[in-house]
Design a protein around this ligand. Structure first.
Ligand code: FES
Length: 114
């Protein structure tokens, strides 16, 4: 069964205080780019998406962990520099927006690495 095409997937970013922002996410952009383009607080993205800074760290909502998939090796290495890294941690620059991720929920960490 194929997933029906969604015009513009939506991503929800939830901050530490429970506040949330829902943004429309162009397919092919990264979850980090969608946050930066929409001025979502808490995503620094110092390296511009090159998987080398860990300042785009997010926690994938439990309901979405399987759909998003696992970290790759380089991401694993870079996340060692992240703060309060958990099993659901991902670098948002390494997650590409697809139709299948329409409705994705990510949680923002209390702080990003410097
Ligand atoms: Fe630097 Fe994602 S933006 S690791």
């Amino acid at each position: 069964m194929t997933t029906p095409t969604v015009q513009m997937p939506k991503i929800t970013y939830i901050d530490q205080d429970g506040g949330s922002r829902v943004v429309e996410a162009p397919i092919g952009d990264s979850v980090m780019e969608c946050a930066v383009d929409n001025d979502v607080d808490g995503i620094v993205a110092a390296c511009g998406g090159n998987c080398s800074c860990s300042t785009c760290h997010v926690y994938i909502d439990d309901a979405w962990v399987k759909a998003v998939g696992p970290r790759h090796e380089e991401e694993e290495f870079t996340l060692e520099y992240g703060i309060d890294v958990r099993p659901t941690s991902r670098l948002s620059c390494q997650i590409e927006v697809t139709n299948e991720l329409d409705g994705l929920v990510v949680h923002l960490p209390a702080e990003q690495a410097e």
